[in-house]
Design a protein around this ligand. Structure first.
Ligand code: ASP
Length: 586
């Protein structure tokens, strides 16, 4: 038998028991006589003592052990001598007095230490991910991920949801990214696309009568890598029939709130989740994924700007733009260098410049103060609920640019001032999105995806003024991170075709890409809707990590490569031939 107990589980309750353990040498100390080995398995670490007098054979073996060797040890659990307890460890009151030991496998010296949480270059961590995953923090992250998914499954199962798998080799479904393609051997010149999401399939499952579906779904999107993006990622994909927005929203809210209470009760979750319209979110926070852990709300000061003598502000408003600002509390003494940094920060996000107004003794230092009357400065301060010692930061210009740059500045200042309470998960819902937005080529694009139902089904409005149509689209946001989007779907062929045409698809495209879904709609499609929160992002927040790479067991690096398995990689000529492909590398 390799083991009777887990190393990390032994406590004073086990004192006197004979146990057999198996695991890795976490640390070893030779006290010239006694040998101490910290033995580690998934559950944690326990101290094992080897005494040359009592067990010469075991002690001899222990002398040859090095970090990460794999061993099995039998012995007796005893209380550690008074004064040698380690209160930081669950097992810190006890130790195992070894009677027998057996080496199961030796180990090379690892390229980084597993027993310390030191900063290690990501390239090395990914190359030796199996060693990286042995480290305590990574182990905890992966187990947390398991507990989150398990909670989701149990919660949905208890509410009558059926977990259904959908194919990975399938056709393209537009979610706004490039597809990953897989060439077909059997059908020369044809390709499968890996799903960007199971969107069309889950809708077809509703037509098939499954009513409440979910899946822990892998999605594939070929897009630029960022901290919260990976080529493949995991969503909790769900869909329900005979529902409206409120049903999906309340189910999802209950799921997330109760999940946090159960799995990570250290976090506080304000309930109910605040709901904001898209317009309100853009106005107050400059983004549609506001971080509500802190205030720092954006306020409009266009009326004051329009009446002032400061050309930078007035001309922007005269030209049809807006002037808005935030109040940075206690930053009235920012140096010129600090202000310049902030100005560069907003300029990098499209703003022409930044107007800064320190309140209090420093007023005179600001250029803007020379062009604004006391009354105007007081008016702005009042609007921004600022007090002496604060700093007003104003951006003027086209509304979109103002929102974008101030939204970013708001989170930058919150970061500098450490305003976000680390114990808080501030969820919110963003609703009432426009159905369409203008794309780069001037045509209409879906804000969510083309299957989203319009709020206003007035055909004239849809065709005449598409920009005015709102969508039955909701986003769930947490701590400034978009967790997931969802919507009530179109379930009628005519309306769906109308939307496709508005989006610029021609008849052939529509038939080729969406023909089967449209056909299914003609066989009794129930009203339906759903959502797909990202699991990686959510676990990232719960684990207090900065990137989703920290909560994915085998992530790709920033270059979309797996450096452990060296993927993507070249393939043999015969394989290409079988796939009817010839490479033309430029
Ligand atoms: N398929 C959508 C997405 O991946 C989610 C949904 O509408 O349910 O964002």
């Amino acid at each position: 038998m390799y083991r009777t107990h887990n190393c990390g589980r032994l406590t004073s309750e086990n004192i006197g028991e004979q146990v057999t353990l198996a695991g890795w040498v976490h640390r070893w100390r030779d006290h010239g006589g006694l040998m101490f080995i910290d033995l580690r398995d998934r559950e944690g670490v326990v101290q094992v003592v080897f005494n040359p007098e009592e067990s010469p054979q075991a002690h001899k073996l222990a002398e040859g052990l090095r970090n990460e060797y794999v061993v099995t040890v039998s012995g007796t659990v005893q209380r550690r001598p008074a004064g040698t307890e380690n209160l930081k460890l669950v097992t810190g009151e006890v130790e195992v007095i070894a009677r027998e030991a057996r080496l199961l496998n030796a180990a090379k010296t690892p390229p980084f230490s597993v027993n310390e949480e030191l900063e290690v270059d990501e390239a090395v961590r990914f190359r030796y991910r199996y060693l990286d995953l042995r480290r305590e923090k990574m182990r905890d992250n992966i187990i947390l991920r398991h507990r989150v998914i398990k909670y989701m499954r149990d919660f949905l199962d208890a509410r009558g949801f059926v977990e259904i798998e959908t194919p990975i080799l399938i056709n393209s479904t537009p979610e706004g990214a490039r597809d990953y393609l897989v060439p077909s051997r059997v059908h020369p010149g044809k390709f499968y696309a890996l799903p960007q999401s199971p969107q069309q399939l889950k809708q077809i499952l509703m037509v098939a009568g499954f009513d409440k579906y979910y899946q822990i779904a892998r999605c594939f999107r070929d897009e630029d890598q960022r901290a919260d993006r990976q080529p493949e990622f995991t969503q909790l994909d769900l869909e329900m029939s005979f529902v409206d927005e409120e049903d999906v929203i309340s189910l999802t809210e209950e799921l997330f709130a109760s999940l946090v209470e159960t799995v990570t009760p250290d976090f506080r979750v304000p309930k109910p989740f605040p709901r904001l319209s898209f317009d309100e979110a853009m106005k107050r926070y400059g983004v549609d994924k506001p971080d509500l852990r802190y205030g720092l709300e954006i306020e409009d000061v266009s009326d004051i700007a329009a009446a002032c003598d400061f050309a930078v502000l007035r001309s922007a408003v005269d030209a049809g733009g807006t002037a808005r600002g935030i109040c940075a509390p206690g930053c009235g003494d920012y140096s010129r260098r600090q202000i310049n940094e902030l100005a560069e920060f907003v300029q990098a996000r499209g703003a022409k410049g930044l107007v800064s107004l320190p309140l209090g003794g420093e007023r005179g230092k600001s250029v803007a103060a020379k062009f604004l009357s006391e009354g105007q400065i007081d008016g702005m301060a009042q609007r921004l609920q600022a007090k002496e010692g604060d700093l007003l930061l104003i951006v003027a210009g086209e509304a979109g640019v103002v929102a974008q740059s101030l939204g970013a500045l708001r989170s930058e200042m919150a970061g500098r001032l450490d305003l976000a309470d680390p114990g808080l998960l501030a969820f919110c819902w963003v609703l009432d999105y426009p159905l369409f937005e203008r794309g780069a080529d001037g045509g209409w694009e879906s804000m969510h995806h083309p299957f989203t139902a319009p709020k206003d089904v007035d055909a004239a409005l849809l065709e005449g003024s598409p920009e005015q149509v709102r969508a039955k689209h909701y986003d769930i946001v947490c701590n400034g991170c978009e967790l997931g989007s969802g919507s009530i779907r179109i379930h009628n062929r005519e309306m769906q075709e109308k939307v496709f045409r508005l989006l610029g698809y021609d008849e052939e495209d529509i038939e080729r890409r969406f023909g089967r879904l449209l056909e299914a709609f003609e066989y009794g499609a129930p009203p339906h809707g759903g959502i797909a929160p990202g699991i990686d992002r959510f676990v990232m927040l719960l684990a207090r990590e900065e990137t989703i790479r920290e909560v994915i067991p085998f992530p790709k690096n920033q270059n979309a490569a797996d450096v452990m398995f060296d993927a993507p990689s070249e393939v043999a000529d015969e394989q290409l031939e079988e796939l009817h492909l010839r490479l033309r590398l430029e």
